[in-house]
Design a protein around this ligand. Structure first.
Ligand SMILES: [Zn+2]
Ligand SMILES: [Zn+2]
Length: 112
């Protein structure tokens, strides 16, 4: 008798509970891109910055849209004068009395 005790391998059958996979809606999680000059909204940076900006600092359509790097907010504040508006489009449509270039020399610029 070799005395070797062999334990029968008890394989625990882990009950495979199939958790319902949460469905991710990519369109919901995709962050929107906004132009910091005019508030134009795009679904990605590439499409945003490929279009001419009608409120570009150099003049209408003198440059492309530029990505607003701040987060989406319920209210946007001008970083120069503190003017507030609920959308980037309406914020950047107004002349800024404290624009770096001078009084009303440019539009409000959203703070990040
Ligand atoms: Zn723009
Ligand atoms: Zn301003």
């Amino acid at each position: 008798m070799a005395g070797i005790t062999r334990y029968g391998g008890v394989i625990e059958q882990l009950s495979s509970i199939t958790n319902p996979q949460p469905t991710y809606n990519t369109t919901d999680t995709m962050p929107n891109c906004y132009c910091k000059y005019c508030g134009t909204k795009a679904s990605n940076v590439t499409s945003l910055t490929s279009g001419p900006c009608f409120r570009h600092p150099l003049g209408t359509n003198k440059g492309k849209h530029s990505l607003y790097e701040g987060s989406e907010k319920s209210q946007y504040t001008c970083r120069n004068c503190g003017f507030k508006n609920t959308t980037l489009g309406s914020l950047t449509s107004g002349d800024c009395p404290k624009h770096p270039d001078g009084y009303n020399k440019g539009k409000h610029q959203p703070a990040l």
